[in-house]
Design a protein around this ligand. Structure first.
Ligand code: BEZ
Length: 212
């Protein structure tokens, strides 16, 4: 198992999930994907995360992103836990959760960090583009629930920068000014970004979101 890095191809797998046996690539199709791991079923932070993910599904759908979660418990356990998630988080879990009892997917994606916990997965996130390339990796400890607004924000940035020669500054949110790619000279940038280019420094040029 090698560490997965940005730009690597996301490994494919077939696994038992809460929605039956699924092949990851077939499940994703031409969509973007988010694969995220949880330490264990029937744990409090994970319960809130999965409920939150379910509530964010419409937003991920709008961005053509499919979610798949994972924990190292079995499918029967997942189904019982999903009932609790639905009840306590007032939602319906609407994406599959891999039942990674044999740790196959966890190993493939290096989601077990033995110095943190020998058996349970940490909170990993992989954002995968339609070419199956890994575009973001993120690792949180078991004790810290993830911020799903941040995941949406990164997807917005990735999808914008995939199609336009821009990057997004600190704390950027959809619709705000973006940074002109450093590879483009300012004079050329002025032709490309017809909404205007503000040159703060020769290497720091801002322009309105080209899609807004
Ligand atoms: C939780 O999801 O609440 C959790 C799981 C493992 C360790 C600590 C918290």
């Amino acid at each position: 198992m090698a560490t997965l890095r940005l730009g690597d191809t996301a490994p494919d797998f077939t696994a038992v999930t809460s929605e039956g046996t699924l092949n990851f690539y077939e499940y994703l199709g031409d969509s973007w994907g988010i694969l995220f791991s949880h330490p264990a079923d029937f744990t409090p932070v994970c319960t809130t995360e999965l409920g939150t993910a379910a509530k964010f599904k419409d937003e991920f759908d709008k961005r053509n992103v499919k979610m798949m979660a994972l924990s190292v418990d079995g499918a029967a356990s997942h189904l019982e836990w999903i009932k609790d998630i639905n009840e306590t988080q007032s939602t319906e879990v609407n994406f599959p959760i891999v039942a990674d009892v044999e740790r196959k997917v966890s190993d493939l994606y290096d989601m077990i960090h033995p110095n943190a916990d020998n058996t349970l997965t940490v909170r990993s996130v992989f954002i995968i583009d339609p070419d199956k390339k890994i575009k973001l990796t993120l690792t949180y400890p078991a004790s810290t629930g993830r911020n799903f607004y941040e995941l949406l924000r990164v997807v917005d940035s990735l999808q914008l920068t995939a199609n336009h020669k821009v990057a997004t500054p600190a704390n950027w949110k959809n619709g705000e000014k973006v940074v002109v790619s450093p590879a483009i000279p300012t004079e050329e940038a002025k032709n490309i970004f017809t909404k205007g280019v503000e040159e703060v420094k020769p290497y720091l040029r801002l322009t309105p979101d080209p899609t807004a």
